[in-house]
Structure formats: C-alpha cells, structure tokens
Design a protein around this ligand. Structure first.
Ligand SMILES: Nc1ncnc2c1ncn2[C@@H]1O[C@H](COP(=O)(O)OP(=O)(O)O)[C@@H](O)[C@H]1O
Ligand SMILES: [Mg+2]
Length: 342
C-alpha cells in the first residue's frame, strides 16, 4: 500500500493558484493526497487544470516535443537556433523495437568523433537528473547505463562549458532570467564534505528552497573519487569544490539574477524561440560559451541547451520579495487569460 506522505510539500504553483484564484472569483480543487493535481473552476463555468509545474497554458503536443530533447533540437536547429551537436543512443531492447543499431556499442565511436569530454543525458528527463560529463569510454558507458535505468534513450552531446542561463518566457515577456552555477561547497579547514553538504541543505531549508540534496548521488561520489576525496574528507579553507556537472537549481545549484541585465537581443531570442516551439510559457536554457548574457548575442557564442515547457519557478521565487511579487503579478494575468472560453 502506498502510504500517505507528509514528506511532500504542496508545490509552489498549487499554492500560488490557491492564493490568486479568489481574486478573480475562481475556485480551486486540489487532489488531497499529493497536492500536485488541481482544477481551477471559473465563474463562467470554464475548467482549467494544473499539474505540478504545468498549467493549461501550453498545448500538449508542443509541450511533449519540448520534453523530448532530441525532437526539440530538431525543430530548433531547423529554425536556425544554435544547438549542441549530439546523437541519441537506445537501450538494447528498445533498439530492437525501433530497429536501430545506435546502441551503447556505437556510442564511444561517436563520442570520439565529437571529442571527449562529452555530455551524457537522458532524452526525456528533467531537473538535471542523470546529466553528467564523460571523459573516456569507461565513464561514457557507465553514464549511459545509468541513464537507461530511467529512460530508453540517452543523448551523447558536445560538451559546451560556459555561462549557463535559464530565461523564463511567458506570453512574449521575460518573467525571469538567471545564471545557474552547479552545486558547490567551500572548505573551512575543519568540516568534512558531508557536513558541508548538510550545512548547504540546512541553508536551503532556511531560505525556503525545497531542494533535497542526494548525498549519495553516484555523480557526486564519482567526482569525489576522481579528486581523491570521500564524503569524510576535510576540505581545506576557502577551497571551492563543484560536485555536479549540471547547474539545475533542483540539484542544489546557485542562481544569480540577470533579469535586469540580460541584453535585449537575448530576450528577443528567448521570446522568439518560445513562439517558434508553439509555446506560451517556457524556460529556455542558454549556454553562453563566449561572452555573457549582458552582451549582444551577435558578439557572443551561445547554444540553446533545451527548452522546458513546464519551468519550475519555485526556486526562483525564493531568491527575493521582488521576484515573488513579479511572478505573482504575471500569474494573475495568466489566470485571467486562461478563464476565457475557447
Ligand atoms: N552540452 C552541454 N554542455 C555543457 N553542459 C551541459 C550540456 N547539456 C547540459 N548541460 C548542463 O546540464 C544541465 C541540465 O541539462 P538539460 O539538458 O537542461 O537537462 P534537464 O532537462 O535535466 O534540465 C544544463 O543546465 C547544464 O548545466
Ligand atoms: Mg534544463
């Protein structure tokens, strides 16, 4: 039997809709066990749904394509957006079904062609799950096998280190833009890596971020091992250690708000891309490998890493009162627009 769990907090979007709906006379019905599914019932009889990070804003097939990184990349490339070069590889039973010889066996040849290190990630997961950098065949194969535990399709992609940004677009406007930095800790010469991670977790809780760090993440263990460290090692004072290759806030990344400083042409790219993918709301992940987001993109080198049709704003709103107010105002607008009859 599945136990009812108090572990799961009501998601940010559910709480926000519960708070805003009465302002426009709408009722909200929330599924009571997990609190991630809800319905908004408007005074005119219109019913709209919400589920975790999704509202009835994006059309379902466009959102599905965005969720499938390989499909999304096809359309983005076709429309002239720079994307990370990559290829999909199939889990062996799935490869038989889809009649493809692109299995783990041919991945190393492709990675060599791209040039190690390469990025390995699941095709259809989110929040940074399973994303890691592989420096050789052994690491590549173990990363792909790890991906296959939760996805039939793995992507092997060119590694593009740079400034990593999330730009959230809603109906042609930028809600927020921030740079993301992967999970890191800073040594104090006394504490073990595990206790520094626990301190970080405590800090997240204090700042109302519901990020749960997985201290036993295989990727963290691997990074530590490569550096000759374990969770018990004491980190020298002021030494900063990055523990993951992905910068998602959901895996403990830090953010720097750039909403005010993002160059207008980068804003235009994110807005146009969202529209070009048939979406109204999207989180656009941009990696700027030369320059940064405050500069004119014409003078930078940048790549669209992915487009997310259900961006979580929960981490962003914990960064400050201004951010929280802005998101609430935007969603009030959305809520009003959603209540119109089709
Ligand atoms: N090709 C790449 N080169 C460098 N870093 C990458 C690359 N692809 C992904 N990453 C890192 O991993 C993070 C998560 O990857 P992403 O494709 O956005 O998947 P998810 O849906 O899990 O967020 C990115 O925000 C970035 O930090
Ligand atoms: Mg992403």
């Amino acid at each position: 039997m599945i136990k009812k769990s108090k572990k799961f907090q009501t998601p940010y979007l559910t709480n926000l809709i519960l708070k805003l709906a009465p302002k426009i006379g709408a009722k909200v019905l929330v599924e009571s066990e997990w609190k991630i599914a809800g319905q908004i019932i408007y005074p005119n009889g219109v019913v709209r749904s919400l589920r975790m990070y999704s509202l009835d804003l994006n059309h379902i097939a466009s959102a599905d394509i965005a969720r499938d990184k390989d499909f999304a990349k096809f359309f983005m490339k076709k429309k002239g957006y720079p994307i990370a070069e990559g290829k999909t590889f199939f889990e062996k039973n799935w490869a038989k079904i889809v009649k493809s010889d692109r299995t783990i066996i041919s991945a190393d040849k492709y990675a060599k062609m791209l040039g190690y290190p390469v990025v390995v990630k699941p095709n259809s997961k989110s929040q940074g799950s399973g994303v890691c950098v592989a420096f050789n065949k052994k690491e590549l194969n173990s990363a792909i096998l790890e991906v296959f535990k939760g996805d039939k399709v793995a992507i092997v992609e060119r590694y593009l280190p740079g400034h990593d940004y999330r730009v959230v677009v809603l109906d042609g406007e930028i809600i927020s833009a921030y740079e993301r930095i992967p999970l890191s800790i800073k040594g104090d010469g006394k504490s073990s890596i595990l206790s520094l991670l626990k301190q970080k977790q405590k800090y997240f809780i204090l700042s109302k971020r519901d990020t749960r760090l997985n201290f036993n993440d295989r990727r963290i263990q691997l990074k530590l091992k490569k550096a000759g460290l374990t969770l018990k090692s004491i980190l020298p004072k002021n030494l900063e250690l990055f523990l993951l290759d992905n910068a998602n806030l959901s895996t403990g990344g830090d953010s720097i708000d750039v909403t005010k400083t993002i160059h207008n042409n980068f804003k235009k790219i994110a807005v146009r891309l969202t529209k070009d993918m048939g979406l109204r709301i999207a989180g656009v992940d941009i990696m700027v490998t030369e320059g940064d987001i405050t500069k004119n993109p014409e003078n930078c080198k940048y790549y669209i890493i992915e487009i997310n049709a259900a961006p979580g704003l929960d981490h962003y709103v914990t960064t400050g009162e201004v951010q929280k107010k802005k998101v609430e105002a935007m969603y009030l607008k959305v809520l009003k627009a959603l209540g119109k009859k089709d």
